[in-house]
Design a protein. Structure first.
Length: 301
């Protein structure tokens, strides 16, 4: 049963119901999840229990005038008022130089892409939250593009897209990587709110052809830091990533005139700092993607 169907039966809004469904499914035994998700000809991935993130290391504080209490971050209680928090990794934008010659990013910048990483939620569960119609599996982003082209060959653009998801190791256990070439639709905000409930989700995207490139960090259902340009951040804690951003790239305030590949290398590295997931050309081109067709839903936006 989808979050929308459940919410309709209960007479509630989807955002009020869906996080509780996700948390309940994480608590179910793997055998129960397999019974619910089993599809003929396809073995459904097991649900992944949420796990606490490692401790953070404090870095110098930049006053913002806000007073915040201590909050739980995936089971780890940490202060976001007295100190900035920084993941203990050494990756920088230089580690993502491969994107300059990548057919993945070249295509993504042309037609629009969205790459999301979700902690502790299995691929089948992610696609179910996105209310995607299951469409089997494919290999690599080339296969994803081919299947999308076949799906929409005889149709006009309706705002729907084909999403592919697979499991990848990262900090605190397994993550799901979700990729779609969507013409700029991106990962809808209510998807991120639900998927990050009791966990973490990180997304970056491009709308294809136009200079709109987004980054979102969600924690426990809350948008913590989001931006189109790094110098114009929003969210509940817009400055908490500044210490990492200063290490990842040279211009967190957005003053330098960087080209699009430098900007994208920055957000790839920032996403790795938050997730521990190293995205490579080989990972995207060789992984088996669980597929789902996500339909346009203007009532959510």
């Amino acid at each position: 049963m989808t979050p929308t169907t459940t919410a309709g039966l209960m007479g509630l809004d989807v955002p009020a119901v869906a996080p509780h469904l996700v948390m309940a499914e994480r608590a179910l035994p793997p055998a129960a999840i397999r019974d619910v998700e089993r599809t003929p000809g396809l073995r459904a991935p097991q649900a992944i229990p949420a796990r606490p993130f490692p401790m953070y290391a404090p870095v110098p504080f930049r006053p913002t005038g806000r007073v915040r209490t201590r909050v739980a971050v995936c089971g780890v209680t940490a202060s976001v008022a007295d100190e900035r928090l920084c993941r203990m990794h050494s990756v920088t934008a230089a580690d993502y130089g491969w994107i300059r010659s990548s057919p993945f990013l070249g295509l993504g910048m042309e037609v629009g892409y969205c790459l999301t990483l979700v902690c502790g939620v299995a691929p089948a569960e992610v696609l179910r939250v996105m209310e995607a119609e299951p469409l089997g599996v494919c290999t690599g982003f080339h296969g994803l593009i081919k299947r999308q082209s076949e799906l929409f060959a005889a149709r006009t653009w309706d705002g729907s897209f084909l999403a592919g998801a697979f499991t990848v190791p990262g900090e605190s256990g397994d993550w799901t990587l979700v990729l779609h070439f969507d013409g700029g639709v991106g990962m809808r905000a209510w998807f991120l709110e639900i998927l990050s409930a009791g966990s973490r989700a990180v997304m970056h995207s491009s709308n294809g052809g136009k200079p709109i490139h987004l980054f979102d960090w969600y924690e426990d259902g809350e948008p913590r830091t989001t931006f189109e340009r790094p110098g114009a951040r929003t969210g509940s804690t817009p400055d908490d990533l500044l210490p990492i951003m200063e290490e990842v790239w040279c211009d967190p305030d957005g003053r330098a005139d960087l080209d699009v590949f430098d900007d994208k290398a920055n957000v790839f590295a920032l996403a790795e700092r938050l997730t521990g997931v190293r995205v490579t050309e080989e990972l995207l081109s060789e992984s088996a993607y669980l597929l789902g067709h996500v339909r346009e839903d203007p009532t959510r936006e």
